[in-house]
Write a protein that binds this ligand. Structure first.
Ligand code: S3P
Length: 169
């Protein structure tokens, strides 16, 4: 049996990559894989603790390593990436079809509450998070093969992705 190509979801923190990813996996008969969770299980620690104990660079190195592994070994999955992965992994399309969940910064802020911010080290400082967002938008656009408006109900976002995937074939 031939394995389906992976679908790689990219976008800023809080864009809905995990929520949409889980549903998209169900709808397309793929497994769901969260790249942050993969790194956490390999490192035996949470992302926030990797940032705190070893620093961001160490985390980015783990992201690159996980991306190499996914390109080599993972098939038939929907993969949600950490918001910074597209900045360090230059060719995400080596892993699968890259789908960008695009959302304005103010919408992202509305979605991420204080508790969630605590688990996301780069969201500790709101001004820094906005600067990061502005820098990354271009990178997301460049890596994306499909871009969808992620401001709205999950069902509509799924329909847009499925339609775009259909017209890629
Ligand atoms: C990061 C996003 C996080 C996580 C880490 C760094 C980033 O993932 O990988 O805290 O650089 O944007 P989510 O996008 O799933 O929150």
């Amino acid at each position: 049996m031939k394995c389906a190509e992976n679908i790689v979801l990219i976008g800023f923190m809080g864009a809905g990559k995990s929520t949409v990813g889980r549903e998209l996996a169900k709808r397309t008969g793929r497994f769901f894989l969260d790249a942050d969770a993969l790194i956490e299980s390999a490192a035996g620690r949470e992302v926030a603790s990797i940032f705190k104990q070893e620093g961001e660079e160490a985390f980015r190195a783990l992201e690159k390593e996980s991306a190499r592994w996914m390109a080599e070994c993972v098939r038939g999955s929907v993969i949600s990436t950490g918001g910074g992965m597209p900045t360090v992994v230059k060719r995400l399309k080596d892993i699968g079809i890259v789908v960008y969940l695009k959302l304005p910064f103010r919408k992202i802020v509305e979605r991420i509450d204080a508790k969630e911010r605590a688990g996301r080290p780069l969201f500790a400082d709101m001004n820094r998070a906005e600067e990061l967002f502005e820098k990354r938008e271009r990178i997301y656009e460049e890596q994306a093969q499909i871009t969808v408006d992620a401001d709205g109900p999950v069902e509509r976002i799924l329909e847009d992705i499925l339609k775009a995937l259909g017209s890629l074939r």
